[in-house]
Write a protein that binds this ligand. Structure first.
Ligand SMILES: Nc1ncnc2c1ncn2[C@@H]1O[C@H](COP(=O)(O)OP(=O)(O)OP(=O)(O)O)[C@@H](O)[C@H]1O
Length: 578
């Protein structure tokens, strides 16, 4: 936890927070001493002048104590909130540059819990560290010393009280700490189930699985609640028991102190001060016990955050990154590519060898799970090849900086995702300087002007995830967004599947006639033969193997798998027509 905090907090703020706290403790320790003097020399002797001067002194010390306390709380809050902000920023930054392998390791729900709940735990510990953790030990030692100064004999009461407190705090910690630690994993599980329910609500309803999902959520919710109930019940015992111990201590002090006063071996003022010091000692113990309970939970959160921050990317950055030359014509090459997912026994892709030049289209076809998406994920280096290479404009993707590489690629993912905001902002996502004319041009190619013009044009509001558009409209807008970006390679991952045949054909025709696209390489993943038939080269994938490459007529004549795909689709079409 200290390691995590070290570089993310201001050393000066911590230093002054500690100084203010030390000041607050010293003034708190000095006040009872002043009270004792006021009683002994002012009240007992009826010296009004002394009462006035001691009273003024007490007021000044109290004001000082308040200033120190305010300074400490302000700096502790500033530091802990700043630490939280920096941690969230660093996790988010890490997430943005994570490879898909790393995502697979942690999971989205857990990443959300770590960025929110776990960071809050660390903030709490940081706040506590700058207040209680500093205050408690100094106060404990200081108050013990002052109490001893006031009356050495009475301090023997602590020989009985302190061991009782230690045993009690030990028992509370023994039961509470593991439960506190478990809270984080249980929060994770709760978030996971809730998130799945939220994103899959339509599927859940369609399959009438509401009851099943409700039960699954109830289980996770109950598990979390039980754990929280247990831990807070244990903590609830703490306050009354501590109050009991404190009251017992007070009674013991008054009982013994009263006798000492009667024997004239102790002044009344000293007993009042002694009682305050006794309370400070016991309060310090209480604060320490809180610290011991909260720190392990914070440590568990710190470990979970450190795990994310330390994730070693399987994608190693290029040691001496090369730059793309503006004069080199666009090209895309797969050189005998072999790829395997982390931990998988069999490769997901083998023997993929294809070379595409500027202005050409490469299509990829194959059954579901044949490796089409996997292959295109290698282009922006979401994963690294095991052997062979992927080259863009002649440069191996491993030899260029990740951002430079991604600037060369415009990708339309299988699942079109739009962001909340205006349509203009969405379209400018990959090219913030694009003019309205350029945006309309991209919308025209993507066959989207008909359903946009009716509305507010480029100011049309896009809801979260693009939920106010149909699946096909979303796909077309995602295509338009990709076209606004100037790239060397345009990748369409099954992006035409939600379009009807006519729109699909019109879109591809307009796409290939576009000047910018003609200067690039186009990669189209498709399930429909009609979508890929016009491509310059078609890769045929079967269970991860490249079983053929060529044009539509060549493959139809020579490739068994391709022929099967064509025939199955003609049959389906025939059946559909019947
Ligand atoms: N993140 C992953 N980890 C492990 N295996 C994966 C991962 N993603 C995909 N696979 C596996 O790799 C194979 C190819 O999947 P891929 O998504 O590339 O197929 P696809 O041809 O695009 O399928 P579809 O047309 O259904 O989208 C499948 O067997 C799949 O189970």
């Amino acid at each position: 936890m200290i390691k995590l905090a070290k570089k993310r907090v201001s050393g000066w703020a911590v230093f002054f927070a500690v100084m203010f706290m030390v000041g607050q403790v010293f003034t708190s320790l000095y006040l009872p001493n002043l009270t004792s003097d006021l009683v002994n020399y002012g009240v007992a002797k009826g010296d009004t002048n002394y009462i006035w001067s001691a009273g003024m002194k007490m007021l000044a010390v109290s004001v000082l104590s308040v200033i120190f306390s305010f300074g400490n709380v302000y700096l502790a809050a500033k530091t802990s909130q700043g630490l939280g902000r920096n941690l969230r920023k660093d996790i988010y930054h890490k997430v943005l540059y994570m490879s898909n392998d790393e995502f697979d390791q942690v999971g989205t729900s857990s990443l959300i819990t770590r960025t929110t709940n776990d960071v809050v735990q660390i903030q709490n510990v940081a706040m506590m560290a700058l207040r209680m953790m500093i205050m408690a030990p100094i106060m404990l030692v200081g108050a013990s010393f002052m109490a001893y100064q006031k009356d050495a004999q009475l301090t023997s009461i602590f020989v009985v009280v302190i061991p009782i407190m230690i045993v009690f705090v030990g028992i509370v910690m023994y039961f509470a700490v593991p439960l506190f630690k478990a809270m984080q994993t249980k929060t994770d599980r709760l978030n996971l189930v809730f998130r799945e329910g939220l994103t899959g609500v339509r599927v859940i309803r369609a399959f009438v699985r509401d009851k099943f999902e409700q039960n699954r959520f109830d289980d996770a919710n109950l598990d979390y609640t039980r754990n929280a109930r247990k831990v807070f019940s244990i903590m609830a015992v703490m306050m009354p028991v501590m109050t009991l111990i404190m009251s017992g201590t007070n009674v013991a002090i008054i009982w013994n102190g009263g006798q000492l006063i009667a024997n004239q071996s102790m002044a009344v003022g000293n007993m009042i001060a002694f009682m305050t010091y006794a309370m400070q000692i016991l309060m310090s113990f209480m604060m320490l016990s809180m610290v011991f309970v909260v720190v392990p939970r914070g440590q568990a959160s710190a470990d979970r955050i450190a795990q994310v921050l330390k994730l070693q990317s399987t994608i190693k950055p290029a040691e001496q990154p090369k730059e793309f030359s503006e004069t080199t014509p666009s090209s895309l090459d797969f050189d005998d590519v072999l790829f395997r997912y982390q931990g998988a026994e069999n490769p997901a892709l083998t023997g993929v060898d294809a070379h595409v030049k500027q202005g050409q289209t490469l299509a990829i076809i194959g059954g579901t799970g044949s490796g089409k998406s996997t292959l295109i994920n290698l282009i922006p280096r979401f994963y690294d090849v095991e052997s062979g290479s992927v080259r863009i404009n002649g440069l191996n993707v491993k030899d260029v900086d990740a951002q430079t590489l991604q600037e060369q690629i415009a990708m339309v993912p299988q699942k079109a995702l739009l962001f909340k905001g205006s349509l203009r902002d969405n379209l400018r996502y990959g090219n913030p300087d694009a003019t309205d004319d350029q945006l309309w041009h991209a919308l025209e190619i993507a066959q989207s002007t008909d359903f946009i013009k009716d509305d507010d044009g480029l100011d049309t509001f896009v809801e979260q995830g693009g939920d106010n558009f149909s699946g096909g409209q979303k796909q077309r807008l995602a295509i338009a967004r990709a076209l606004v970006k100037k790239a060397s390679v345009y990748v369409f991952d099954d992006s035409f599947s939600a379009l009807d045949f006519k729109t699909d054909a019109n879109l591809r025709k307009a796409l290939l006639e576009d000047e910018t696209v003609q200067k690039a390489v186009v990669v189209i993943v498709g399930q429909r033969v009609s979508t890929v038939a016009d491509a310059d080269q078609i890769i045929v994938l079967d269970e991860g193997k490249m079983v053929g490459i060529g044009t539509h007529p060549e493959l139809k004549a020579n490739n068994e798998t391709y022929r099967e795909i064509v025939e199955s689709q003609i049959k389906q079409g025939g059946e559909m027509n019947e």
